[in-house]
Design a protein around this ligand. Structure first.
Ligand code: BGC
Length: 742
């Protein structure tokens, strides 16, 4: 057995870097206070302004701007930073921000795909590589990680999320924070990270971006807030507020969220920035009458820096003059900005890392992106072990994503270039030789509804030994403001899949999408299905390696994959309800006899016409190995409040290939003072086993891991009976039980 880097790596990542360590904070605090004492009101207001449009030297020289966003070239960044540091009265360096979400020039898989790796080391590297490339341009601040929990594949930004589970999103988000903020050559902090969007943005109603969120307070604490908290605990330097209103209060004016929870309860000492004009938008929300009131509400709520809007710069001075705002409130806002700049060493290291341009798209970075792509594909189906294919075969390569360099990069990657992408077609030709690859895309882009290319695709299929069909979505079909009400494959893709399947050749579907898409109507046509999502620059080589067995797929779903859109929101950690649905509690409507009485159906919490379970559940994923779980053992079936339980099981690879298994620990609290989820992920470990090899995987479960928000909104651990599972996914596994003693 080989323990994956996860084991060694994560520990070292967890302990090697603490940006806001006690002494750094103390000295940042002192230095910021000293700086503050020398500042005019105008200079203070300037520090609260993140500017996008006109980066003028005069403005920066006067100290009227503390941060810039999206400068695109190194020379400008360097020049403006020098103006701030060398020509402004106080020499306060600028935050230079950029969205480096899944890589900079070397694009990594989209965050949803990274999450499929369940591997903190992979997220850490994606962030660290992105930071080192972006630092070359001069960026010192990025707006990532996004840790918004999402249960709705219609929401375009699910692509940017780590999925539906709080533990998984917490671990991967915290690892990204460490990755961005880890020291890079010459810089004590690669980039300041910014956890976003605080809070609950992923619950936008109906999956429509920017929509209101209605999250019950207990659900907020148990499901939505933990990943932001984990980022704070990992030392994230900045937090971004969300666009949405949360139970009626927009985040950018939510004092409970930004001050009581974030600062007073969690002890966050970094800086809070708004999202793009999210302060102004409180007027549209109907929460503020005008920009003046916006400035007042946000300043009092605890929002430090305004992104792009002008509410602070236009109104703070007059609000102070009128006595509506006191100087202490503004001083507090400015202190957080200055402290973050001091804490990350920006005063000592304001300039870009010159001379390090060679890191961009370096071999090491491409290899890291390749590894991430290999680890992030999820094998959903593999009938008769049709995969991996053997290299002697002639393949038909079909589908609009087979050779779409731009689309495979995925959403939110401003700086990756199409010409750097290696597509599946290119990689397969290289691996198999030109003659063994018959390429006919069938449709030319994902939304293409023309059938003109069908005949050529069918002919390629006919002349091949196997069909590799790269279906998917263009990158612009997911991401911010790109929600969809229909998440089937667009255009004529489904029709083409059906037509090609009729040729009778083994058919492998590779899904290159920004979200889980509905594939129910074409699933049976394919022997194998690999969910790859948008994998970035190195998608092609990764997919070639996976399809031809150089690497075994090991990804696991971080979200429940719906059968139909009508199931959404769908998530594994739901409540049981008073009438839990059973898997077969549905009747296809055409089988429903006429003149039925009301009592003839099951009276359970299900749809009449659709199974309650997802197509593929959270945690699911196959590999080229075959893992059997046996011999569950608990060292005791009674846990004391100050004790722990050791639970272990034997995992054996009975398959014919080495593969990685993600062993998951789930718990169910059977009776609670409030209803509890049917399963909750509590831990997981990854192991690599050779054929025939087995190992015992054990977990230590502590009472604290059983805590939840009780009836009085206090976090508590309640005695009683629990079930647990050591499982390959959220719907199966070895079951045990224990009692937590009072
Ligand atoms: C997005 C943020 C992003 C910001 C800056 C906003 O529209 O919601 O996630 O960081 O723009 O580009």
């Amino acid at each position: 057995m080989r323990l994956l880097p996860l084991f060694a790596g994560v520990l070292s990542l967890a302990t090697s870097y603490t940006p806001l360590c006690a002494t750094a904070v103390a000295s940042a605090e002192q230095r910021a206070a000293e700086m503050l004492s020398r500042m005019t009101l105008e200079e203070k207001i300037g520090q609260l302004y993140l500017q996008h449009d006109s980066a003028e030297e005069a403005l920066i020289r006067s100290g009227a701007c503390g941060a810039l966003l999206n400068l695109t070239d190194a020379e400008t960044a360097d020049r403006l930073q020098r103006v701030a540091v060398e020509e402004s009265r106080l020499g306060i360096p600028l935050f230079l921000g950029r969205d480096v979400i899944h890589g900079y020039r070397t694009a990594f898989p989209i965050p949803l795909a990274l999450a499929c790796s369940w591997d903190e080391e992979i997220s850490y590297k994606a962030a660290a590589v992105g930071a080192s490339e972006a630092a070359v341009v001069g960026y010192n601040w990025t707006y990532s990680p996004m840790v918004d929990i999402s249960r709705d594949a219609r929401w375009g930004r699910i692509a940017e999320s780590f999925g539906e589970d709080p533990l998984l999103a917490s671990r991967l988000g915290a690892a990204m924070v460490r990755g961005y903020q880890t020291p890079q050559e010459g810089l004590p902090v690669g980039m300041a990270a910014c956890v976003k969007h605080f809070a609950g943005y992923g619950a936008s109603e109906g999956g429509r971006d920017y929509n209101s969120t209605l999250i019950p307070p207990r659900e907020l604490r148990d499901i939505y807030l933990p990943p932001y908290k984990a980022a704070v605990d990992a030392g994230v330097l900045t937090v971004m507020t969300a666009f949405n209103d949360l139970d009626g209060v927009p985040s950018s004016g939510n004092r409970w969220l930004l001050t009581e929870l974030l600062r007073e309860e969690w002890g966050f000492d970094g800086m809070v920035v708004s999202d793009w004009k999210s302060m102004d938008e409180m007027i549209n929300h109907g929460f503020c009458a005008d920009e003046r009131e916006v400035a007042l509400r946000s300043a009092k709520a605890g929002l430090d820096m305004e992104m792009v809007g002008h509410c602070y710069i236009n109104h703070i001075a007059s609000l102070i003059e009128e006595g509506a705002l006191d100087m202490a409130t503004i001083d507090e806002r400015v202190m957080y900005v200055l402290k973050a700049k001091y804490a990350m060493g920006l005063f000592e290291h304001p300039y870009r890392t010159k001379g390090r341009e060679s890191v961009i798209l370096s071999k090491e970075h491409k290899n890291a992106a390749l590894e991430a792509a290999c680890r992030s594909a999820v094998l959903l189906k593999n009938e008769n072990d049709i995969l991996p294919l053997s290299k002697g075969v002639k393949v038909a390569v079909i589908g609009p994503l087979a050779d779409a360099p731009h689309e495979q990069i995925g959403t939110w990657c401003f700086d990756a270039r199409d010409e750097d992408s290696v597509t599946p077609l290119v990689a397969l030709r290289e691996m198999l030789g030109e003659d063994n690859v018959l390429y006919a895309p069938g449709v030319s882009y994902s939304r293409d509804s023309s059938r003109d290319g069908f005949a050529a695709a069918l002919e390629a299929a006919r002349n091949s030994d196997a069909v590799l069909f790269f279906v998917g979505e263009e990158s612009m079909l997911s991401g911010e403001a790109h929600s969809l009400s229909d998440i089937h494959l667009p255009g004529a893709q489904e029709e083409l899949v059906r037509a090609v399947a009729k040729e009778g050749k083994p058919l492998v579907l590779v899904l290159m999408t920004g979200r889980p898409v509905i594939i129910t109507d074409i699933e049976a046509e394919a022997e194998a299905i690999l969910a790859a999502f948008h994998q970035g620059t190195m998608a092609g080589p990764a997919l070639a390696k996976l399809l031809f067995g150089e690497v075994s797929p090991s990804g696991r779903l971080p979200v429940s994959w719906p059968v139909e859109i009508g199931q959404i929101p769908i998530y594994y950690n739901h409540k049981n309800t008073g009438r839990p649905a059973k898997p077969d509690d549905f009747v296809p409507l055409d089988k429903l006899p006429l003149a039925q009485k009301q009592s003839s159906l099951g009276f359970t919490s299900s749809y009449m016409d659709l199974q309650p379970q997802p197509a593929y559940c959270f945690g699911y994923g196959l590999s080229y190995g075959n893992f059997e779980y046996s011999d569950l053992e608990l060292n005791t079936d009674k846990m004391r409040m100050d004790g722990a339980i050791e639970v272990s099981a034997t995992i054996r690879n009975t398959g014919r290939r080495e593969a990685i298994e993600t062993v998951q620990l789930y718990v169910r609290d059977l009776v609670g003072e409030v209803t509890r989820p049917v399963r909750e992920l509590k831990d997981y470990k990854q192991i690599a086993l050779k054929p025939g090899e087995s190992c015992r995987v054990s977990f230590t479960l502590l009472p604290e891991q059983l805590a939840f928000t009780g009836i009085d909104m206090e976090r508590k651990v309640e005695p009683g009976m629990f079930k647990l599972w050591i499982a390959p996914n959220a719907q199966s596994g070895l079951e045990g039980s224990f009692e937590l003693l009072p």
